[in-house]
Design a protein around this ligand. Structure first.
Ligand code: PLP
Length: 481
């Protein structure tokens, strides 16, 4: 029989695994005599001891029987062979296994593409969501992690999150986002995505209505669709969500990006903030405030969180460290209305028993020591330089063609393409790709048709020098479409 060793673990473990798989798949039926250990060792380039030890292990587990003087034989496993044959006779049996409705809806939701995928190999990839790398952060984070690994209790953490991190988050929110929160209202989660999944579990039954902005963050849409929610969208304009267009049939949840609309960049105006809060209060809806990059503003005063205006405690505030630090961390927080404290804690406990405690402890110290805010200042400066390089490059190489929707915040810009149709936009993306530049259309962020072709330009993951080169090449690409 053909045995393939998979290269994982010791040679004995590999051989044992390969023999077991052959027995279970019926390639070595019961009663088969296995080769003598010396012969198999020679064939597979293993030592004879390895083969003998593997045979002994398999005999101890009931896969083989050793018969003195005549060798090792595959043991009968009652019921197994007939069942294996039946399964084999049903082609594609595993593909037709019934999946939960959640899994089926998730599969449907993933048919909708995410913005910005697929050009990862290009040297000048202007993809939204790539992290800003920073050697000083790497050094500081390594130090905090080492300290946390040495001093953190190995026991389960509190499901809602470590008390020191929740307190540090509240302190930070009060100083930087104008938000007074009680540590007991805070839940430490694995990024926005877990906050969304928990919110869906706690607040929505399948069929319940959720409102998203249009355009929006596709990963959030997917999570609600997979959960079985009925997702409606409301357009946005220069003042953010058009509150007059909120549905008459009230949704359970309205999701907004008030500090920096994703992806268009507008800030939700004060009258609209108040209108949205009134709507939620009047209809008993909850609001999910996704403050994904509120730390980075390059002009004007910082924008206070919507939740800070909410007198009726209808707003769930979600913050993430994916932009402020890096997405690999998978760390974020959710500030929940008091009435939702307990159900959210239970949901978090049922989901994960808590977020990894060592990472939490490291982050708590990083925030408390003000290392985090030092990092934010540096990162904001780096992003400001990149943004300026991008704007200058667009002015120099794409003047008259692109119309920038400048939002003075975050790590991306939207550049509308003047006089382009979809075919010409695709040709531009292809011409740029051929020159090593990754451009990403904004259209996937829309559920409705976008007003016209446009690009979502991320500048977090490219240096100013790279941006300069990318813009020059964009100019060349424009010249040939
Ligand atoms: C609108 C929006 N919200 C949230 C996030 C962050 O998600 P997470 O915290 O799950 O990494 C992103 C990241 O790209 C985003 O664009």
């Amino acid at each position: 029989v053909f045995l393939e060793l998979d290269g994982r673990g010791s040679r004995q473990a590999q051989l044992t695994r390969a023999l077991k798989a052959a027995v279970l798949a019926g390639r070595l039926p019961s009663g088969t005599r296995l080769p003598a250990s010396r012969a198999l060792a020679g064939e597979l380039g293993l030592s004879r001891n390895t083969v003998t030890a593997s045979y002994e292990e398999l005999a101890a587990e009931g896969f083989l029987q050793a018969r003195v003087g005549s060798g090792s034989f595959v043991a009968p496993i009652p019921g197994h062979e007939a069942a294996a044959q039946r399964a084999d006779a049903t082609p594609g049996a595993s593909a037709s296994q019934p999946l939960s409705q959640f899994a089926q809806r998730a599969r449907e939701a993933y048919r909708r593409p995410l913005a910005g995928a697929g050009l990862g190999e290009l040297p000048f990839n202007l993809q939204y969501g790539l992290p800003l790398t920073n050697p000083a952060l790497t050094t500081a984070w390594r130090r905090e992690l080492a300290h946390a690994a040495a001093y953190t209790s190995p026991n389960y953490p509190e499901a809602a999150g470590r008390a020191d991190l929740r307190a540090a988050v509240c302190d930070y929110l009060a100083r930087r986002r104008g938000l007074q929160a009680d540590p007991d209202d805070v839940l430490i989660v694995s990024g926005t995505q877990e906050a969304v999944a928990l919110s869906a579990r706690v607040l929505l039954d399948p069929g319940d209505r959720v409102v998203l902005e249009d355009p929006h963050y596709v990963a959030m849409w997917r999570a609600f669709v997979a959960h079985g929610a009925q997702v409606d969208t409301v357009p946005v304009d220069d003042d953010g969500l058009v509150c007059e267009r909120l549905p008459d049939v009230p949704p359970r949840l309205v999701c907004v990006t008030p500090s920096h609309q994703f992806p268009l960049g507008s800030v939700l105006s004060l009258p609209r903030r108040l209108a949205l809060l009134r709507y939620a209060h009047m209809h008993g809806s909850w609001i999910l405030e996704d403050d994904y990059d509120g730390e980075f503003r390059y002009g004007g005063a910082p924008i206070a969180a919507l939740r800070s205006l909410d007198a009726h405690d209808r707003t769930l505030y979600v913050g993430t460290f994916s932009k402020a630090l890096f997405p690999a961390l998978r760390m974020g927080y959710l500030v929940v209305p008091r009435a939702l404290r307990e159900p959210f804690r239970m949901a978090k406990q049922l989901s994960t028993f808590g977020t990894p405690a060592i990472d939490q402890a490291a982050l708590a110290r990083f925030i408390q020591s003000r290392g985090f805010e030092r990092h934010l200042r540096r990162a904001a400066q780096a992003l400001r330089t990149r943004r300026a390089a991008l704007l200058a490059g667009l002015r120099e190489h794409a003047a008259g063609v692109v119309e920038v929707r400048d939002s003075q915040a975050g790590m991306h810009l939207v550049a509308w393409l003047r006089g382009f149709d979809d075919a010409r936009q695709d040709a531009l993306i292809e011409a740029a790709r051929a020159r090593g530049v990754g451009l990403h259309p904004i259209a996937p962020c829309y559920l409705s048709a976008p007003p016209r072709p446009g690009l979502l330009l991320g500048y977090g993951g490219v240096s100013p020098k790279e941006i300069e080169v990318a813009m020059a090449r964009l100019g060349q690409a424009l010249a040939c479409v």
